[in-house]
Design a protein around this ligand. Structure first.
Ligand SMILES: *Cc1c(COP(=O)(O)O)cnc(C)c1O
Length: 394
């Protein structure tokens, strides 16, 4: 072999005795075949086989296998973001003339996809009250192919009655997909409650370090997996093995991270009740959280994200109090090691329900800092609300 040939061929090295505890990062576009016969028959490898890097490598499949096992599913598809996790399900299930039901509390870009992408292509959506339970059946007609669930709802934390929704949807032949990002499969397994799709933004708790974007869709049915893979293949969607490797690593510490942030968030939520400027705390350990009983019935615990509804008169003091925070940082995409806080205005987003509370909502994501530093920060902030409007605050 001449040098110019040699340089493009990988040298053969021994793997014998190499046993590591890590998931290797396999990078590939081209997949090569042993012979012309194997190449000619590559289509028969199916969605589980290797034919092209875009469709998966052993690294992708390791992450898929993790999620499949944790969700007690049959197959998983990894996509480039949580948003793609939702949109790929919608694009796979819905054809022009069909209809999808989404909760009023859906992650806002999912509603945006329905309004700005599906609607112009002849696919309708109906927004429903997330607390409607089996009443969702009244909204399902012959055109309704999918009911989307997000439990708890973004920011306002409504826990949905997934088993009741599944029963109503099944009775009318509609599929059910559930955005399970808040709970992760460690705290809730939508497929075990009858959902057809368990979707997760791995960007959040699975990644866990605010440094990757990925989503997953886990299904109970091999035929549905094939349909999802057909969609991603035809659109040309794949994910980098580097992102998958980070997510695999994230899964390995997910248990201890969730346990910690769950305990701290539950403790803080209970201590925040009754602090100056607080109207209501939206955390499932509290009966004031909508769907509290459903959470107790169906979930194995709480993660580290919750919300606080402020009294309206806190408004003028809010920006200064937030800007004075020392350990919390202002930012949106939660689930990482740093604690985050953001003021949210959800009223413009509600169309099927009416949000009556006038005050701002603070969404709080607990991270891995010392809880005493975090509590000092919160005490300082809520303390600053005490004087918002003299005589009016509790
Ligand atoms: C963040 C989030 C998403 C979207 O995830 P990305 O990876 O940021 O696209 C979807 N659903 C929920 C509930 C989320 O919090």
């Amino acid at each position: 072999m001449k040098d110019l040939t040699r340089v493009v061929h990988l040298p053969d090295v021994s793997h014998e005795g190499f046993a590591a505890l890590t998931a290797p990062t396999y990078r590939a576009s081209t997949i090569v075949f042993d012979d012309a016969y194997a190449y000619a028959n590559r289509k028969h490898r199916g969605p589980d086989g290797y034919t092209y890097g875009l469709h998966g490598t052993p690294t992708t499949k390791t992450l898929e296998a993790y999620l499949t096992e944790l969700h007690r599913g049959e197959r998983t598809v990894i996509v480039p973001s949580g948003q793609a996790g939702a949109t790929i399900v919608f694009l796979t299930v819905l054809l022009p003339g069909d209809k999808v039901l989404i909760p009023d509390t859906a992650y806002p870009p999912v509603r945006g996809f329905c309004v700005n992408y599906l609607q112009p292509r002849g696919i309708d959506h109906v927004v429903y009250d997330p607390l409607i339970g089996s009443g969702v059946g009244d909204l399902i007609d012959a055109r309704t192919k999918l009911v989307w669930v997000e439990s708890p709802g973004s920011t306002t934390m409504e826990f949905q009655d997934l088993p009741a929704i599944v029963a109503a949807a099944r009775a009318k032949g509609a599929l059910v997909g559930c955005d399970n990002t808040w709970a992760t499969p460690l705290l809730f397994k939508p497929l075990e409650h009858g959902a057809d799709f368990a979707m997760e933004a791995l960007t959040k708790y699975v990644g866990g370090h605010s440094d990757l974007l990925l989503g997953s869709i886990t299904v109970r049915d091999v035929a549905m997996h094939r349909r999802l893979k057909d969609t991603t293949r035809m659109i040309g969607i794949g994910v980098s093995p580097d992102e998958c490797q980070l997510a695999i690593r994230g899964i390995q510490t997910l248990g201890v991270r969730l346990d910690h942030v769950g305990r701290v968030a539950s403790d803080f939520a209970q201590r925040i009740v009754g602090l100056p400027g607080v109207e209501r705390v939206l955390h499932p350990v509290l009966p004031t959280c909508p769907g509290h009983e459903l959470w107790r019935r169906d979930f194995a615990g709480a993660s580290g994200l919750f919300s606080v509804v402020l009294k309206p008169n806190v408004g003028p003091r809010l920006d200064a109090a937030l800007s004075a925070l020392k350990t919390f940082t202002i930012g949106a995409s939660w689930g990482g090691v740093r604690s985050l806080i953001v003021p949210m205005d959800i009223r413009p987003d509600r169309v099927a329900t009416t949000w009556r509370e006038e005050g701002s909502i603070l969404r709080i994501s607990i991270g891995l800092e010392d809880p005493r530093d975090l509590w000092d920060d919160l005490e300082q902030m809520f303390g600053a609300f005490a004087a918002a409007v003299p005589g009016e605050v509790a």
